[in-house]
Design a protein around this ligand. Structure first.
Ligand code: PHE
Length: 459
């Protein structure tokens, strides 16, 4: 009989696809991708980003999930088991620890930004119920960032349900959220793209996003693009390994389902770009250098101008918050699974609350760096970190260093340390040539690319 995970299993292959897509699609696609494209030269960034997803992202995604399905435990214990079975170094277990740390760090600022989306949901709800219109988007956003109490409040409102869902076990509650609400978000995005067409600026937006200016491609663009590829696919920190641990064997081809997940994720990011940039251009904002406030400064302009815009704004930010929740849940799951294994199964609730609490507390640093401590910055002469505030530093450490490092180690583990038998057992449906291509990608294609990125990050 097939071995199951002690944490439970996805009820079906579809459920796994929904959960993995729910993890992948989130703030990374709709908040982060557009503003990184805006800050890194549009088409140049998008092209490198797509390359990173195809050449490195998808192969590492497959590696993570297959390792998870083989081990059936939290990343730390899965890796421990593999090391024992293969007689390889126990050092690989470090990937699991690195991942838990990255998860707590990412969740810390993810939840702060998730709080922004809740704040906007609330603003549109108030307006819909007869309140005054939002007013100038730039000042609305600035006044939110300058208010530490309000930020802390929404950060907590975002974190609590995340902790609650993980405490109860990820299958409960997640299924409904992803099955109905994510498609609804997709429909809303498509309507926004249609609205973008009516502004007459779609062609300009597409040019900005898809015509690469090759002279703008440099190490910094590669670093941001690779970091974003990992972030958006939830890679390099054990989330996908953990979700893979709950994936039933029978009849599920890992590469096939993960290609669906990666395509969904990439399409949603591109659609978000096509929704946002026509609005940015039509309302006279600068498409370049939009920064983290990009969607909050631009979308409200469109909601103000379009029919039923208030209801639209409410739905859009509400669904974005839900997409962010399905991702934040997956950030908390690997660490919670590990603590639960360590402390006995009845401790799942305590484990989830503990990690969420730590992450929430670390998030307060990000909150304060937006206002009270906005002057606290890394001295300008310290290479890549120079000029960054605390929130930027946390984001840099987690997204640009820890995720690519985790990814590099996973590629090396799958490519060089795991036996062909184990790999073939998990990838039995794959034609031989494709399997070999994948294995060589783990061995010699991905590692040097990741190394370049890491060297770029620290130099
Ligand atoms: N992929 C999520 C997003 O794009 C973020 C995430 C990163 C989730 C890492 C889990 C692990 O919003």
């Amino acid at each position: 009989m097939e071995k199951n995970s002690i944490h439970g299993m996805w009820s079906s292959r579809l459920m796994f696809i929904l959960a993995a897509a729910g993890s992948a699609v989130g703030l990374g696609n709709i908040w982060r991708f557009p503003y990184l494209a805006s800050d890194n030269g549009g088409g140049a960034f998008v092209l490198v980003y797509l390359g990173c997803i195809a050449v490195v992202g998808l192969p590492i995604l497959i590696a993570e999930v297959l390792i998870g399905r083989h081990g059936r435990m939290s990343p730390i214990n899965t890796l421990r088991k593999l090391a024992l079975e293969q007689g390889s170094s126990r050092g690989w277990v470090g990937i699991g620890w690195l991942g838990i740390a990255a998860g707590v760090l990412i969740l810390s600022f993810y939840s702060v930004v998730g709080g922004w989306t809740l704040h906007y949901t609330w603003l549109y709800l108030k307006q819909l119920l007869g309140g005054a219109p939002l007013g100038d988007p730039a000042s609305v956003f600035q006044s939110l960032l300058s208010n530490p109490l309000e930020l802390t409040f929404w950060h907590a409102v975002f974190m609590l349900p995340t902790a609650a869902v993980v405490a109860l076990g990820v299958e409960t509650g997640l299924e409904r959220a992803v099955r109905y609400l994510m498609p609804a978000l997709l429909v809303l995005l498509l309507l926004l793209v249609a609205y973008g067409v009516t502004t007459g600026r779609m062609a300009d937006a597409a040019t900005f996003l898809f015509r690469p200016d090759f002279s703008r491609i440099n190490g910094g663009v590669l670093l941001s693009a690779m970091g974003q590829a990992f972030f958006t696919l939830s890679l390099g920190m054990g989330t996908m390994m953990t979700y893979g641990a709950y994936l039933p064997r029978a009849g599920t081809s890992i590469p096939r389902v993960l290609t669906v997940v990666a395509l969904t994720d990439t399409s949603i990011a591109l659609l978000a770009g096509l929704a946002i940039f026509p609005i940015v251009i039509a309302f006279g904002l600068d498409p370049a250098g939009g920064g983290p406030g990009l969607i909050f400064n631009s979308l409200p302009l469109a909601f103000e101008a379009m029919p039923f815009g208030t209801a639209y704004g409410l739905l859009f930010f509400g669904l974005l918050a839900i997409a962010a929740w399905t991702s934040s849940i997956s950030l908390l799951e690997p660490g919670t699974a590990y603590l639960t294994e360590r402390s006995g199964l009845r401790r799942r609730k305590g484990s989830a609350l503990l990690l969420a609490g730590v992450s929430w507390a670390v998030g307060l640093l990000s909150v304060l760096s937006l206002n009270v401590w906005s002057d606290v910055k890394v001295p300008a002469n310290i290479s890549v970190l120079g000029g960054k505030n605390i929130m930027d530093v946390v984001e840099f450490l987690a997204n640009d260093l820890m995720l690519p490092l985790g990814g590099l180690l996973i590629a090396l583990l799958a490519g060089w340390a795991l036996s062909r038998t184990i790999l073939r057992e998990q990838l039995s449906e794959m034609p031989e040539w494709l399997f070999n291509t994948l294995r060589w990608t783990w061995r010699i294609v991905a590692p040097p690319l990741m190394l370049i990125v890491l060297v770029q990050a620290v130099s």
